[in-house]
Design a protein around this ligand. Structure first.
Ligand code: AMP
Ligand code: ZN
Length: 480
């Protein structure tokens, strides 16, 4: 299997730390607002990675965090805590805000058919996500180590990681600190005691701008709350053990969040955080990044209002390679829907004896298609090529039907497709009894050469969203 590693800027042959096992960490949501469909591209990318690893027989241990404290409005420690801001906006407590948006996030994951992380179960929340607030002690422990080893210093406002103490700082971006410093000069720096603009907070004290912060904990250095980057390093260290094989996130994490995570672990434990760093590109709207702050974002609810299903959006995302920007448009979503519907039409052939015939697509061709798709996915998650390979066989099945006696293999083929792409093809249903009865009447009408009746029944089926193709074996139905 090959994957693009942001760290080396190359596509590399994927090698695991332990044979056939993969530890995977994916930075999760900050639960202060609804997830938009840009965020959901990150979820589809993580899910495709997980499914492809499993397809290649790796046993994957995946952790995803939920940020419910410490993520400030800007990644460089400026602005307010997003959760506190959300609570103020809605006149609720931070806990209520976190609960509401976490539930919404988990619903989105279900609708998009995203596999839940599998290497942790939260005793407090009874789900598989690791909250920042569940790992406060472990974060404090890491701060202790960083102070003891001389990588952190304390000011009146916060405890900072001292980036100049770690020569490898910033290796993910390939920029050196001098270049970065020039870039950072214009930024607002709230804490004048910060030594370097790229030093980042490990712990904020509940003073000055954070005097009224509601989520605070005791620490050996004073009451406060952890900085955003720390939770990921502490959770990984506790639940997976570092280094891990793969760490993922959106490309916006390459500049600040991920270098900071890397630095904390390297400094505290003397080794790398992860061997492979993989990042998905953005969803754009009219050429601009989709973001809550730009007011150009859509949620799954917005899509549903226009009649689009979450899996149709999943299809849209899969049509583009995860490392290429993807422009969201309603036309693009409509095209994805049509493509998915065509595949679903083929999936319902499993219910129809008339779809199997002597000249249909063979079991061998089905197997070959799956093998080719697996090769494409294993080549840095090339979903567009995998889908073209699928479309080819879908076209053949549509025009030729399936070879006689291949029903069992055909169901296995659909199962395998579902495990690769998560498009829930096996959830396509057989016709209900009423429609079956119409279909049967039409068969009888045709046997008795009652062509007018047959045509009328065809129109009736069409009004129920069913189209009919007549073949030598009999009629085959498709959902429109
Ligand atoms: P956040 O909750 O803001 O931390 O975002 C959750 C995930 O979505 C992160 O991995 C981000 O990198 C990713 N993300 C944010 N905006 C977009 C976008 N427009 N397109 C794709 N991914 C995004
Ligand atoms: Zn993270």
């Amino acid at each position: 299997m090959k994957l693009y590693n942001t760290l080396t800027r190359k596509i590399e042959i994927f090698k695991t730390i332990n044979p056939k096992k993969v530890s995977l960490y994916s930075c999760g949501p900050t639960v202060y607002d609804y997830y938009h469909i840009g965020n959901l591209r990150n979820a589809v990318f993580n899910d495709t990675l997980r499914r492809t690893l499993e397809l290649n027989n790796f046993k994957v241990s995946q952790i995803m965090n939920i940020t419910d404290v410490g993520h400030l409005a800007a990644d460089n420690d400026e602005g307010e805590d997003k959760l506190e801001k959300g609570a103020f906006r809605e006149g609720k407590t931070v806990e209520e805000v976190a609960k509401h948006y976490t539930l919404s996030f988990k619903n989105d994951m279900l609708s998009m058919n995203i596999l839940p992380p599998n290497a942790y179960h939260s005793p407090t929340y009874n789900d598989n996500y690791a909250r920042a607030t569940e790992f406060i002690d472990q974060q404090i422990e890491m701060v202790k180590i960083l102070i003891d080893k001389g990588y952190a210093y304390i000011t009146h406002q916060a405890i900072y990681f001292d980036v100049l103490k770690l020569p490898s700082y910033g290796e993910l971006t390939g920029q050196n600190l001098k270049d970065k410093e020039n870039g950072a000069r214009k930024e607002v720096i709230t804490d004048k005691s910060k030594k370097h603009p790229y030093d980042f907070a490990l712990w904020f004290f509940a003073v000055d701008r954070f005097q009224k912060h509601s989520m605070i904990w005791k620490s050996p250095w004073g009451v406060g709350f952890p900085g955003w980057h720390l939770e990921c390093s502490a959770i990984i260290h506790t639940l997976l053990g570092d280094p891990i094989d793969i760490h993922t996130g959106g490309v916006d994490h390459i500049g600040t969040h991920h270098p900071n995570e890397m630095a904390q672990t390297q400094a505290a434990f003397g080794h790398k955080l992860a061997n492979y760093w993989i990042h998905n590109e953005f969803i754009l709207v009219d050429g601009l990044k989709m973001a809550k702050s730009k007011q150009n974002s859509y949620t799954l609810k917005d899509l549903a209002v226009k009649g689009y299903d979450a899996l149709e959006y999943r299809m849209m995302v899969l049509q583009a390679h995860y490392r290429k920007e993807l422009n969201f448009s309603w036309e693009g979503l409509e095209a994805a829907r049509n493509r998915l519907n065509k595949i679903k039409s083929i999936a319902v052939m499993r219910f129809q004896p008339s779809a199997f015939n002597d000249s249909g697509v063979s079991a061998k061709s089905l197997m070959e298609c799956l093998e080719n798709m697996q090769l494409s996915l294993s080549n840095d998650l090339n979903t567009p090529t995998a889908l073209s390979q699928l479309s080819e066989i879908v076209n053949s099945i549509e025009s030729l039907g399936l070879a006689s006696g291949t029903k069992v293999q055909y169901i296995k083929f659909l199962e395998k497709l579902d495990s690769m792409l998560g498009l829930a093809l096996l959830e396509t249903k057989d016709l209900d009894n009423t429609l079956q009865a119409i279909l049967k009447s039409r068969t009888n009408a045709r046997q008795n050469k009652l062509w007018n009746v047959s045509d009328e029944l065809r129109i009736e089926l069409h009004s129920h969203g069913i189209s009919i193709r007549d073949t030598d074996q009999g009629q085959i139905w498709f959902r429109i």
